[in-house]
Design a protein around this ligand. Structure first.
Ligand SMILES: Cc1ncc(COP(=O)(O)O)c(C=O)c1O
Length: 419
């Protein structure tokens, strides 16, 4: 039996056999790995009044969410769709926080009436909208202000969110005026702060700096007579995508929070997404063909940028391994590409790999976060299937999309109406 080479993530599971049954491209997740990450973070936070609010956007598959809910996490959502996923998966509404710069009235209404725990408010217009909708429903909304601590997270520009020029959060002075005038929003219980400075943070120094700024601002607000019951430090913990990268340890992260928020008499929330699920997933794909270009060897897979966008979007690195063994094979430098009609449909450039042939199976590692959840049907490619492995068994947790499902909702232009 072939076992998955490299990490031992799916020890005892024959991925080649799995794809014989379920086809490719196929997302495969390890339940054990996800549980162990949640446990590690919970243990690191022990003794603090702290809760995990998993960022659903990282991987919103219902089975993955269910696993996280059962492990004791809450959810961080950014849309009505994520709210419905979270509730369907079994998260208690009170354990859900709602982030995002563009919440619509309909989304605010749905979240408020569902009884979510907290809104992370990103603008005065949003605060006004929450007040208006809360009045119409006769409810009180609990809210935190998302502050922008203006800290450089030293990550990719497209996933940096805590600098003054980013669209997220508000400056401390703006936040202060909201607290000073909170009587203007009587149906909003404004008693918390929130931030999220960026994603894939391998260096925790910016986290420590931002936490210090948040703690200092929190003290100022309390001194000014504004009780603060919740501090949410966002997500951002990085993971190991390639050799040499070292993901921060939960204990180091927790130590930063302990130091920054020592003496804070309220609830701490953390919103990791990637750290909990990225390394628990792989995208398994079959080699369609090997193409010898004029100057390059192309390994053409049946997975493409529509299945896993990160390399095209962020030039992100994912390790790629040949399933079924690498020993004794000549090393070839491949451009690993998909079949989509875009030069950007490239998973790796000049990547040294054991020689592969058409029909071989490869696994793209670190594909548990911002992978299936960013999938599209570009080039009319149905969405791939997803399976969850637990204890050497597997369950299909998303069926491979059929052609009919992919085009459902589309129709010829026969039913013309006046706007
Ligand atoms: C508000 C907020 N919280 C949490 C996260 C999760 O980030 P990560 O997956 O890097 O932990 C994000 C990601 O964009 C976010 O925008």
């Amino acid at each position: 039996m072939t076992t998955y080479c490299g990490t031992g993530l799916f020890a005892g599971v024959d991925l080649e056999q799995l794809v014989e049954h379920e086809g490719t491209p196929l997302y495969v997740y390890s339940a054990a790995m996800i549980r162990s990450r949640v446990r590690a973070l919970q243990q690191a936070l022990q003794g603090l009044d702290a809760g995990i609010r998993y960022a659903v956007k990282a991987n919103g598959n219902l089975a993955v969410l269910q696993l996280l809910a059962q492990a004791g996490a809450g959810a961080d959502i950014v849309s009505a769709g994520e709210l419905q996923r979270a509730l369907r998966a079994g998260f208690a509404a009170a354990d859900i926080v709602f982030s995002g710069v563009g919440k619509t009235d309909a989304e605010i209404d749905m979240a408020l009436t569902a009884g979510i725990g907290r809104f992370n408010v990103e603008s005065r217009a949003e605060l006004d909208a929450i007040q208006r909708i809360a009045v119409s429903r006769g409810l009180i909304a609990v809210a935190s202000v998302r502050i922008n601590p203006d800290v450089d997270a030293h990550t990719h520009a497209k996933i940096s969110t805590g600098k003054a020029e980013n669209k997220f959060g508000v400056a401390l002075d703006e936040a202060r005026t909201w607290f000073d005038h909170k009587a203007n929003w009587p149906n909003v219980q404004l008693d918390g702060l929130h931030m999220h400075i960026g994603s894939q943070l391998l260096d925790l120094a910016p986290v420590a700096e931002a936490a210090q700024r948040m703690a200092e601002f929190c003290k100022q607000l309390i001194m000014a007579g504004h009780p603060i019951h919740s501090l949410d430090v966002g997500g951002g913990l990085g993971v190991r995508y390639r050799d040499g990268e070292v993901a921060p340890l939960a204990a180091a992260y927790a130590a930063i929070l302990r130091t920054a928020f020592a003496g804070f008499d309220g609830r701490l929330l953390v919103e990791p997404g990637r750290w909990l699920v990225a390394e628990a997933g792989v995208l398994v794909s079959r080699v369609v063909l090997v193409k010898q270009g004029e100057s390059r060897h192309f390994l053409v897979l049946d997975a493409a940028m529509n299945d896993l966008l990160r390399p095209s979007l962020y030039e992100a690195w994912h390790d790629i391994v040949r399933v079924g063994g690498e020993a004794g094979r000549e090393i070839v430098h491949y451009d690993v590409v998909g079949p989509v009609c875009e030069t950007g449909d490239t998973f790796a450039v000049g990547r040294p790999m054991p020689r592969c042939e058409a029909g071989d199976v490869v696994a793209i590692l670190g594909a548990g976060a911002y992978a299936a959840s960013m999938g599209s049907t570009y080039n009319s490619r149905p969405l791939p299937a997803e399976v969850l492995i637990d204890d050497s068994r597997y369950a299909v947790v998303r069926k491979r999309q059929t052609f009919d499902a992919m085009i459902a909702g589309e129709q010829p232009a026969t039913d013309w109406k006046q706007p």
